[in-house]
Design a protein around this ligand. Structure first.
Ligand code: FE2
Length: 321
C-alpha cells in the first residue's frame, strides 16, 4: 500500500472506533465486514484477485501501526486484560473480512476473535504460539477439524529480531505416484493440538494424551485431483494403527515440505494471509527478550464462508468448540 492508502486505512479504523463505545470484535464482526468495503479500491481488488487465484501466500504491507504502541505484553492473557493494540486488531479484521469471515475457537485464548502471539515465560517449549525456544513444526492450522480456517492471518506489530515464519507447499505433480496415491487415501488420523486439548472445565490443567483425543480419519491430500489441497501436522497426524505404508508416506511428505520451506520475515505493519489448504506454516526458534520489545503478532483465522461452519456445528456462531 502507498502512503495515501495507509492513511485511508488508519482514518477508516479511527472513525469506526470513535463511533463505538467499546471494542468487542465478536459483536462487531458483521459491521466490520460491511465496513471493509470502504477500504481503498486497490487493496480490495488485490485481495479479491488473490482469493480467486487461491494464492498460497498473500502479503499486505504498510498497514498502520500506532507509533506509540505499548510494550509487547507478557502473555496473551495480559494483552486481553489491557486491551492492547485495538486499532491494529481492527485493521487486521478489516483486511481479513475482504477474504472471508474471521472466526474464533472457544478454547483458544478465551474465545477471542483476534489472538495475541507473543512469547510467554514458562511456555518456551510448548507447542503453542506462546513458545519461543522450540521450533513450531510445519503444520496445517487446526488440522483436526473440518471447519479449520481457509486462511491463517498474521499481522506484525513488532519483530526486532526478524524471527521468521516458515511456509511450505507441495507441488503434487512432482510427487512420485505411489506416494501421492497413499496420501490421497483416508489412512490418517488428525488429532487436536495442545491448545484444543485441555477440557474447558479443567482450564489451566494439563492436556489429555494425544491418543485419547477425539480425532478425524481422513486423507492428507484432498480436493481437486490435478492440484490437491493439503492437510498435515507431523506432531498431530498419524497413520492408522498397523498401516506402515501410510506412516512412511506421511514421513516422506513431511520431509518434502521441510526441504521446500521458505522463511517469511514480517516487519511491523505487514500482514500475511496463509492459505491453510495450500500451505503449511511454522516458526523459527528464537530467544525471548521479555523486555517489552519481543516479537508481537495479531492473529485470526478466516473461513471463506461462515455458512460451512454453521452447517457443520449446527449453530449460528462465529465461535467454534
Ligand atoms: Fe499455526
Amino acid at each position: 500500500m502507498d502512503q495515501n492508502e495507509t492513511d485511508a486505512v488508519a482514518d477508516l479504523a479511527d472513525r469506526f472506533l470513535a463511533g463505538r463505545r467499546g471494542w468487542e470484535p465478536l459483536i462487531l464482526a458483521d459491521e466490520i465486514r460491511a465496513e471493509s468495503q470502504r477500504l481503498p479500491l486497490g487493496i480490495r481488488q488485490f485481495l479479491v484477485a488473490c482469493r480467486t487465484a487461491e494464492e498460497p501466500v498473500i502479503t499486505v504491507a504498510n498497514l498502520p501501526v500506532d507509533e506509540g504502541l505499548v510494550p509487547t505484553p507478557a502473555s496473551w492473557q495480559v494483552a486481553e486484560k489491557e486491551g492492547a493494540a485495538v486499532r491494529e486488531e481492527l485493521v487486521l479484521l478489516l483486511i481479513a473480512s475482504v477474504l472471508g469471515d474471521p472466526f474464533a475457537w472457544a478454547n483458544q485464548q478465551n474465545g477471542r476473535l483476534v489472538h495475541d502471539v507473543c512469547p510467554a515465560r514458562g511456555q518456551e517449549s510448548s507447542l503453542t504460539s506462546a513458545s519461543s525456544e522450540t521450533q513450531l513444526t510445519l503444520h496445517t492450522e487446526d488440522v483436526f477439524h473440518a471447519c479449520r480456517g481457509d486462511y491463517v492471518a498474521l499481522m506484525c506489530l513488532r519483530n526486532p529480531d526478524r524471527v521468521g515464519t516458515t511456509v511450505a507447499g507441495l507441488d503434487s505433480r512432482s510427487l512420485p505416484e505411489p506416494l501421492r496415491e497413499v496420501l490421497q487415501q483416508e489412512r490418517f488420523r488428525f488429532y487436536p493440538d495442545d491448545s484444543h486439548a485441555v477440557p474447558p472445565r479443567y482450564s489451566g490443567g494439563r492436556p489429555v494424551a494425544r491418543e485419547e483425543r477425539e480425532h478425524e480419519v481422513a486423507s492428507v491430500l484432498f480436493g481437486p485431483a490435478d492440484a490437491p489441497y493439503l492437510r498435515i501436522d507431523a506432531d498431530f497426524t498419524s497413520a492408522l494403527p498397523g498401516d506402515a505404508e501410510a506412516g512412511k508416506a506421511m514421513e516422506e511428505c513431511a520431509e518434502l515440505l521441510n526441504a521446500s520451506a521458505e522463511r517469511v520475515v514480517l516487519s511491523p505493519g505487514e500482514a500475511v494471509f496463509l492459505d491453510n489448504y495450500r500451505v503449511v506454516h511454522g516458526r523459527d526458534v528464537f530467544v525471548p527478550r521479555y523486555d517489552g520489545a519481543d516479537r508481537w503478532l495479531k492473529r485470526t483465522s478466516v473461513v471463506r464462508d461462515l455458512r460451512r461452519t454453521f452447517v457443520h456445528t449446527r449453530s449460528r456462531s462465529r465461535v467454534l468448540g
